[in-house]
Design a protein around this ligand. Structure first.
Ligand code: IMP
Ligand code: MG
Length: 186
């Protein structure tokens, strides 16, 4: 097993996602005005399950954001901005969906960019929040669960593109980290 500890089983993840879908569904007064924006690539699995469980149909778009190299934030966030998306966002109620709130840099940049496209409102839905001192403090409207400060994989979250397809969420084992020779100094 690539993980030293499982932090959420497949069944626990299903319960979390169902709870979040219920909260979002009951807040969605005008689903037609809402646009879900999914931050790729880590949030794809979570967002697919979440959106499927909403009790209304909701327009969905994807945006690619990256800041991580192996297990560390580079501190620089790259967002692939899409001009078509700018027009879609203007005047809409946005639901931004991401996998994990770690330093907060990615969410902060995404929110800044979305805000510059003049939406009517923005809400955030995030599966995990790392219990660390975030660099950027972000308001999370719908949160799945808090996790300790470990590198987690599975359910869409990856380590260099690997382990996304694990059906559970777990802490990546030291053995795998050392095999990939992950250094603290990059
Ligand atoms: P932040 O900008 O540091 O908040 O990190 C945001 C992005 O980094 C997340 O959306 C993830 O894609 C990735 N990330 C942060 N922590 C982890 C982790 O523990 N496992 C896998 N990906 C992570
Ligand atoms: Mg991400």
């Amino acid at each position: 097993m690539p993980c030293s500890k499982i932090i959420a089983t497949e069944q626990q993840l299903e319960e979390i996602v169902s709870r979040l879908a219920g909260e979002i569904s009951s807040d969605l007064l005008h689903p037609d005005h809402c646009l879900a924006i999914v931050a790729l690539e880590g949030a794809q699995t979570f967002a697919t399950d979440l959106l499927e469980k909403l009790d209304c149909s909701i327009e969905t778009k994807y945006i690619k954001a990256a800041s991580y190299r192996q297990t560390h934030s580079t501190g620089k966030v790259t967002i692939q901005k899409d001009n078509m998306l700018i027009q879609k966002i203007c005047g809409r109620d946005i639901l931004l969906i991401d996998d994990i709130y770690d330093t907060g840099l990615t969410l902060c940049e995404l929110l800044k960019w979305i805000d510059s496209c003049q939406p009517k409102s923005i809400r955030t839905c995030v599966l995990l929040e790392k219990q660390i001192e975030h660099i950027q403090n972000i308001r999370i409207d719908y949160l799945g669960m808090k996790v300790e400060d470990n590198f987690v994989v599975g359910y869409g979250l990856d380590f260099d593109g690997q382990f996304r397809n694990l059906p559970y969420l777990g802490i990546l084992s030291e053995e795998i980290l050392s095999r990939y020779n992950v250094s603290d100094n990059f």
